[in-house]
Design a protein around this ligand. Sequence first.
Ligand SMILES: [Zn+2]
Ligand SMILES: [Zn+2]
Length: 419
Amino acid sequence: MPVDTELYELLGVSPRATEEEIKKAYRKKARDIHPDKNPNDPNAATKFQEMAAAYEILNDPDSRAIYDESGMDGLHGGGAGRGMDDIFAQFFGGGGGGFSFGFDMGGGPSFKKRNDSIIEHEVTLEDLYNGKSVKMNMEKQILCTTCKGSGAKGNAKPKQCSTCEGNGRTFVKSHMASGRISVSPQKCTDCNGKGEKLREKDRCKKCKGSATVKEKTRQEIFIEKGMTDNQRIVLAGAGDEEPGVSAGDVVFVLQVHPHESFERTGNDLLVKIKITLSEALLGFSRILLTHLDGRGIKVTSPPGKILQPDASIVIRGEGMPIYKRSDQKGDLFVLFDIEMPTEEWLQSINRQTLEKLLPPKKPEMQPQPEIVDEADFEEIDRENIHDGDDDDDWEDDEDDDDDDMYTGYGAPEPECRQQ
Ligand SMILES: [Zn+2]
Ligand SMILES: [Zn+2]
């Protein structure tokens, strides 16, 4: 009987299941618990990934045998306890002192940290709105199943390294400026500091003594609805394996591209929509925007209602899906930008008629100041007024800066039209 049956339980098969039964169980599970089929289960993606990881181990006769014999510890090499590189680092880092090798090579504690692979994964706002599964081919180091991560052929044991006589280090002499000779220890390159090594003929044929082999894997990650920029998706234990170290995780860090129309704040979305002057004054009923899932969003501003410049509205429940509660959504804020008609349009109509239709101009100021100067003006482009400035601190622009502010803007757009 296996020491651990958890992986079998994840697939819903007996520990005695045949390879064919395991394959069949996986195909059925993959269909049943796929996150696309279980949109209301917030843990669907995690469950799927665990099940897929279990299958990857049990589907391979070698890794299944290791799992049956020693459980997950066997697969992660947790029992081997080498980590000599780090022990070395401690010695050399600590400096001085005695130097001996009293370690139990067999089962000492592991000093090594796991090697997590961090991968930046670019996504669009559409991906975070709709959710998405991404399949990718990856290559990782796994413990050689032939030698179970020892690097040795059969029961061959490493022999003392003759270069360093088992010390794992050699001494390098160097001449100091003072004329003295200094002797400093250096990691033995022949045995890589281990003090012992496998003879050529004792090395495992499959991994050539390196204890690990490269394996191609296919991973599927789920970008879940409502996930955010920099959110991490962790495939536990899917990273590189090496002897004496538990397998690292593969960590995907989402990087969201800025969207050309939508801005996201938490669960809310913001979008700027241009409407015409007629629409602002007379109302409209039209598809204002295409949402992140491709739906058109139609909005009606009824006749009799005027939208002021910079008016904004909120459409409840049309924001981003809420992570792990994707049946709920934030809000969509729409900022209106009113486009004034062009001068060509003004030339094409009867301005007297327009003036009669529009509200009256402002009356002259009363009482009038004693002195009134007729001022000349130049038009400037409001969009570009701060170009080249560090900040938009108007107060900081003292008078001698004024000349700079008005140069280089070419022919500015007329900005001073009165209503
Ligand atoms: Zn091997
Ligand atoms: Zn050596």
